[in-house]
Design a protein around this ligand. Sequence first.
Ligand SMILES: [Zn+2]
Length: 253
Amino acid sequence: MKITFLGTGTSQGIPVIGSNHPVCLSKNPKDKRLRVSVMIEHENKVYVVDCGPDFRQQMLRVNATTLDAILFTHEHADHTAGLDDIRPFFFKQGDILIYAHKRVMYELQNRFAYIFATENKYPGTPGVEEHIITNNPFYLGNLKVTPINGMHNTLQVFGFRFENFAYLTDMKTVEDEEVEKLQNLDVLVVNALREQKHASHFNLEEALAFIDRVKPKKAYLTHISHWLGFHDEVEKKLPENVYLAFDGLSINL
Ligand SMILES: [Zn+2]
């Protein structure tokens, strides 16, 4: 299994439009963060978690030629706004498999009604094959996926465990019974927005405390705001085996 971070930034991305913050002005490529998404390659299949407004650029950047499924964590725009850009994959492959909580699927149906239309579909619009995610594990090919529930302030969000890798973003609280599902991980990815507290995201301290609860071999932080600081400086302050993710980082598992 190969994991590639397609984006590691919070909802506005880094740089933020019009910002003069030093992190937004940084020349270090690791300080440039598209909206969060991760690609999982397993047995010649390609899956992505979330499909935000930078999806097109992300697919171009990794030279993706096929896409076997999209899993959605939740319905916020930074995780869903790029859905129309599945068109090049759809034209080659037909309907693209999408997996989401039924509430999230309903939101997608409203925002992208033309994609979900079953009659008199406008020519050139893409199509999807809908799969509703519940709390039960499911399979993508031979890859077992275990949904992990968390709360993004008052909104339910899914994280996903794929074998010994787990990807959780936009979490603020996670119950112990969900943490139970995260035992014996080689790699955990979890959101860490900034140092200051936030109503719907782990700050750095909460993310590190969560990593302590889960005890993976290694952890990577994502969904990062420019307020967290420069990549190279923040990484020096992190505990052993905890790293900041950056766009383009790949991990082989
Ligand atoms: Zn988000």
